[in-house]
Design a protein around this ligand. Structure first.
Ligand code: EPZ
Length: 456
């Protein structure tokens, strides 16, 4: 398993370019199921979760191709030192020979459940492995199921699978009035995709307002769907009989952008985060400014972050968008270990999203957890250590801490990071971080290894 070796102490200086949003790409790729025509998605991040979703769609019979081309807007940039090629993925679900999301794939990425709604809308039948929980919580999908049943789906749970079909009496999903018991991002996305081909009108209330939901809605509208209210808590969908192909560019990843803003702040650097969408960073920028970090918006797609003269403690409480994102909680906690005073970090979205705390404490942080609240006392001098990643965003928190810790830290199980951060160590190195990736020295031999040289 790959590791990162990080020597702390270097301020990050320069410009990094943000990649496309993983959590937009995943539902948008699933949306290709809704048409027999080609869907082309630009600015797809090359991360493990995207590769998993490609495998999932291919396993159902879809033709999925990754293309690379350099276009003017992706000309060589200082951020990565080479021409960032514009990768786009073309998905054609002309024939879905096997509408099954198998456990072997779903167990590696619970967002696979996003194929449930589109499969029900497209073919009225789906067999989807129940996603297990994960490090940060139980992650049920009861609200996805409840909404689909209101639209006429009959869903049985057996042998670890959801066996779903549209009630024979209705033929195809029918529009319904659905009020989510609690705000769910992929629940909103799943049911939005089910509704666009349903008979009649669907009103979805208490929807997630995340930018990733808006990305999906904009793709669906480009494919011919009729959706009002995307980005608000109520969406009205007029079902259509079919959708056509489309080409759509995924928005930049707001969580990657936030992670780099904190990297610039925690290292005392002077960093420009480019190719981002500043409109999606409101809560994060406001909190960084509250703690004394200097943040200057340079334009709609670029933000400059410089170290605070004095980094002050500031509390956070994670909320659904546009509140402070739960996906930035671990990264902010790393910064809070360096702030003067006591920061209260309250996690309201997931029941177990403090897996990074013990590892940060092992590096010298002063953090006490009580239920869903963590009290961070700073500033604490962090020293390098061997630490282990547990989930995607906790991994980012450990990298941020290692960038400011004395000495050389070893961060194990970085495959968690590879799920959602594209070329993370390259981007960090390009602005001065001392970080190296160590492959597993006993990595499995490549298949069909070249015949050994004949002995002399
Ligand atoms: C999405 O997960 C993101 N993943 C997560 O990002 C993100 O942390 C989360 O939204 C919250 O913003 C993707 O978009 C692929 P939820 P999702 O449904 O949709 C409960 C990352 O780091 N709930 O909004 O699974 C649930 O347990 C990942 O990139 C139900 O009870 O999250 C949680 O407590 C991690 N029943 C809360 O709602 C349901 O049917 C919010 O979950 C669905 C959710």
């Amino acid at each position: 398993m790959d590791k990162f070796i990080i020597r702390g102490g270097n301020p990050l200086v320069g410009t990094v370019r943000i990649s496309g949003a993983k959590n937009s790409a995943l539902p948008c790729m699933a949306a290709a199921i809704l048409t027999e025509e080609e869907v082309t998605l630009e600015n797809i991040p090359q991360v493990r979760d995207i590769a998993t979703e490609r495998r999932l769609l291919a396993s159902m019979g879809a033709a999925v191709e990754l293309h690379e081309s350099v276009t003017p807007e992706d000309a060589p940039s200082s951020a990565t030192g080479e021409g960032a090629s514009l990768k786009h993925t073309t998905i054609s679900c002309r024939s879905l020979s096997d509408p099954v999301a198998r456990y072997e794939i779903v167990k590696t990425m619970r967002a696979s459940s996003l194929v449930l709604g589109p499969l029900m809308a497209r073919s009225g039948v789906a067999r989807v492995a129940m996603p297990g929980g994960c490090a940060i919580g139980g992650r049920p999908i009861d609200l996805h199921i409840k909404g689909l049943e209101k639209m006429g789906a009959v869903i049985l749970q057996e042998h670890g699978y959801l066996e779903a079909r549209v009630d024979s009496g209705v033929g195809r999903l029918r529009g319904a009035h659905i009020v989510f018991d609690r705000i769910t991002v992929t629940g909103t996305e799943d049911l939005l995709m089910a509704a666009v081909l349903a008979e009649g009108e669907t009103l979805l209330e208490n929807c997630a307002r995340e930018p990733e939901v808006v990305d999906l809605a904009q793709l669906l509208i480009a494919m011919g769907a009729r959706i009002e209210g995307a980005g608000t808590s109520s969406m009205r969908v007029h079902g259509v009989s079919s959708l056509h192909g489309a080409r759509y560019r995924i928005n930049p990843d707001r969580i990657e952008a936030g992670t780099f803003l904190i990297a610039g702040a925690i290292t005392g650097g002077d960093l420009i985060v480019a190719n981002c969408n500043v409109d999606h960073l409101g809560a994060v920028i406001a909190k960084l400014r509250e703690s004394g970090v200097r943040v200057d918006v340079l334009g709609p797609g670029a933000v400059r972050v410089r170290a605070a003269e004095r980094l002050r403690a500031a509390d956070i409480s994670t909320e659904e968008y546009p509140g402070f994102p739960t996906d930035m909680q671990a990264q902010y906690m790393a910064l809070a270990t360096q702030a003067e005073g006591v920061s209260l970090v309250r996690e309201n979205i997931f029941e177990n999203r403090f897996m990074h705390v013990q590892e940060l404490v092992r590096m010298g942080a002063n953090i006490k957890v009580d239920g869903n609240a963590a009290t961070v006392r700073g500033p604490a001098r962090l020293s390098s250590a061997a630490v282990m990643c547990s989930d995607l965003r906790a991994s980012a928190s450990l990298v941020l801490a290692a960038l400011v810790a004395d000495g050389e830290s070893v961060i194990d199980r970085v495959y968690h990071m590879d799920r959602g951060y594209e070329r993370f160590e390259e981007k960090l190195r390009s602005v001065g971080a001392q970080i190296q990736r160590l492959g597993d020295v006993f990595a499995p031999r490549p298949e069909n290894p070249e015949p050994a040289d004949q002995p002399a």
